[in-house]
Design a protein around this ligand. Structure first.
Ligand code: PRP
Ligand code: MN
Ligand code: MG
Length: 182
């Protein structure tokens, strides 16, 4: 069983802080994409909250699509070798694609995804992420919209999981060590 009260170490970002930052990101995106039609691509499953809350703040005309990818390799670290579990339903040729992510950790998932989507001849591809960890800097990916830079700790909530859990927390918190050491 899990206990939200004792499984968390601390609240890193409150629901209110996330909302304020999404307001700012949405304003930037609206300004940058003025007059353009956007395809917002959510990366399942972590990006569901960002997709829902960011898209509702945008005024630029958009459609939404989803991809599900899985990183090969064991454990919690991604290997950079990615497999598509669910591809886009949309032909992105000539489209302005904006990828929505919950977090960029090693950056390997995103690096692969960007190369994959760019090969499909879109008009543009950019990335909006709520969170970014320090390791992401090691991979040369240009992330235009970043909500928060967070430390290299185990963060959960607002879409982010540990073993599938805690995605539904409305805030972002750090996980207590006893949870991942058992
Ligand atoms: C997490 C997160 C990002 C990715 C970042 O997804 O949602 O998509 O890892 O890691 P990286 O920068 O080291 O590649 P995960 O693979 O856990 O799948 P999920 O979204 O279904 O939780
Ligand atoms: Mn993910
Ligand atoms: Mg995950």
């Amino acid at each position: 069983a899990t206990d939200m009260g004792t499984d968390l170490k601390e609240v890193l970002l409150t629901e209110e802080q996330i909302g304020t930052t999404l307001d700012e990101l949405a304003a930037h995106i609206d300004a940058d994409y003025a007059g353009k039609d956007v395809l917002l691509v959510g990366v399942l499953k972590g990006a569901v909250m960002v997709m829902a809350d960011l898209s509702r703040r945008l005024h630029t005309p958009l459609t939404m699509d989803w991809m599900a990818v899985s990183s090969y390799g064991s454990g919690t670290k991604s290997s950079g070798v990615v497999r598509i579990l669910k591809d886009l339903d949309t032909d992105i040729d000539g489209r302005h694609v904006l990828i929505a992510e919950d977090i960029i950790d090693s950056g390997l998932t995103l690096s692969w995804l960007l190369a994959n989507l760019r090969s499909r001849n879109p008009a543009s591809v950019e990335v909006a992420t709520l969170l970014r960890k320090p390791d992401a800097a090691k991979v040369d990916v240009d992330v235009r919209y970043v909500g928060f830079d967070v430390p290299s700790e185990f963060v959960v909530g607002y879409g982010l999981d540990y073993d599938g859990r805690y995605r539904n927390l409305p805030f972002v918190g750090t996980l207590a060590e006893h949870v991942y050491q058992r």
